[in-house]
Design a binder for this molecule. Structure first.
Ligand SMILES: C[S@@+](CC[C@H](N)C(=O)[O-])C[C@H]1O[C@@H](n2cnc3c(N)ncnc32)[C@H](O)[C@@H]1O
Length: 381
């Protein structure tokens, strides 16, 4: 949930109804579960166990039950419900009526399972979407061409999986085109991220992943991947009806066990300059932020740019962000959200922007529109 999306003054049944008809309408399992909760006040009001009103959102209950399904819990309802979850079994049972209806098992876990109640009381939904690395890599093509290594500083880094972008492979492809026309970077990596190219322009796919000389993230509540419960929660917050995303998250979490990135507790605005100062002088600091700025007030968004302006007067620096323009009015007021070069109005797409400070001068480039999770990109630059 974002600062501009208050849901906590609404009846929980209403929120589930809205989700069933909106966010999860194409996902049979989650649509059925949200439809069930929309008609069942007792289940929907389990959301009220969350002490933070901004967390009283359907995804919290869905994630809490998903977490129990993914755990080794051997209660009858957990075992039965698992059959419908593509994140837990290879061939999930189709959602239907009668014995094919997952709702009674979900309802029972939602109302009676102490583990679900505990998660509702103590956790907040949190994701770390590695698919976004596919568009960040394209945004880095410009700085890479300058020939310097990079010091990555990610604000709102969650578990820090995107700080490991040089460990993943990338495949950029056009709809309907054969494999031969795909642009592939580091195709032998254990996790290859697919990104569909839209629109007439070809993006600058770099020949290789960048050379990263330092990396650090900051998050107000980082996910500690060393804790198996926390790592499972990160996966539980994904939607089981989207098995590709779940597999991607699991693979990235597994890869991070060998080289866990440093993510410190802190604030995107207050700590960014301090972390940039840690980047070795020989490297270009690259700050990046994906779906984080919308959690900040417009004033804090402006302060974020002003912090970087201060740094940019002293040393070269780049900022890459992927954020929805309507949710970042403070960045726009600070002059770092240029319109689309073709003059088209912004819709709900995520804007990919790079801001470069070189020799004390700031220049913002509107590079692309993209899917929020990086599954497609329309290059504009
Ligand atoms: C939607 S998640 C995106 C995580 C990650 N950037 C990604 O793209 O997968 C937003 C993250 O921003 C963090 N966050 C929100 N406000 C923050 C702030 N003021 N300072 C640091 N982190 C913040 C949250 O804790 C959460 O991990």
């Amino acid at each position: 949930m974002t600062s501009s999306d208050p849901g906590w003054d609404r009846a929980p049944t209403e929120l589930f109804d809205e989700w069933a008809r909106g966010a999860v309408r194409k996902l049979p399992l989650y649509r059925r579960l949200c439809e069930g909760a929309a008609l069942d006040r007792e289940v929907a009001e389990r959301l009220l166990l969350a002490p933070d009103p901004s967390q009283r959102i359907p995804n919290l209950l869905l994630a809490a039950v998903h977490d129990v399904v993914l755990s080794a819990d051997d209660g009858a309802d957990s075992v039965a419900l698992r059959a419908w979850y593509a994140s837990a079994v290879d061939e999930p049972r189709p959602v239907g009526d009668g014995a094919d209806d997952p709702w009674p098992h979900f309802r029972s876990l939602a109302l009676q399972h102490e583990g679900v109640a505990e998660l509702l009381r103590t956790r907040a939904t949190q994701t770390n979407e590695v698919g976004r690395c596919a568009t960040i890599l394209l945004a880095l093509a410009g700085p890479m061409a300058e020939g310097r290594s990079m010091g990555l500083v990610e604000v709102g880094a969650s578990a820090g999986l995107n700080l490991l972008l040089d460990g993943y492979g990338y495949r950029y492809h056009r709809a309907g085109a054969g494999n031969g026309s795909d642009a592939v970077v580091a195709g032998g990596a254990p996790l290859v991220l697919d990104c569909l190219l839209r629109g007439p322009n070809e993006p600058p796919v770099p020949p290789a992943v960048p050379v990263i000389s330092s990396r650090v993230g900051v998050d107000r509540t980082p996910v500690d991947l060393a804790d198996p419960d926390r790592a499972r929660w990160l996966v539980a917050c994904q939607w089981p009806d989207q098995p590709k995303r779940v597999i991607r998250a699991r693979t990235a979490v597994a890869m991070a066990h060998g080289r866990r990135p440093r993510v410190v507790v802190g604030d995107a605005v207050d700590d960014v300059a301090r972390l940039v100062a840690e980047v070795p002088e020989s490297a270009l600091p690259v700050v990046f932020s994906t779906w984080v700025m919308s959690y900040l007030s417009a004033e804090r968004q402006r302060s974020f740019v002003s912090e970087l302006d201060h740094v940019g007067r002293e040393r070269d620096l780049s900022l890459v962000f992927a954020e929805q323009p309507g949710l970042v009015p403070g960045l726009a007021e600070a002059g770092v959200v240029p319109g689309r070069p073709d003059g088209a109005a912004d819709g709900s797409a995520t804007a990919l922007v790079r801001v470069d400070w070189r020799d004390g001068q700031r220049r913002a480039h509107r590079l692309a529109d993209q899917h929020p999770h990086g599954s497609w990109v329309e290059w504009l630059g």
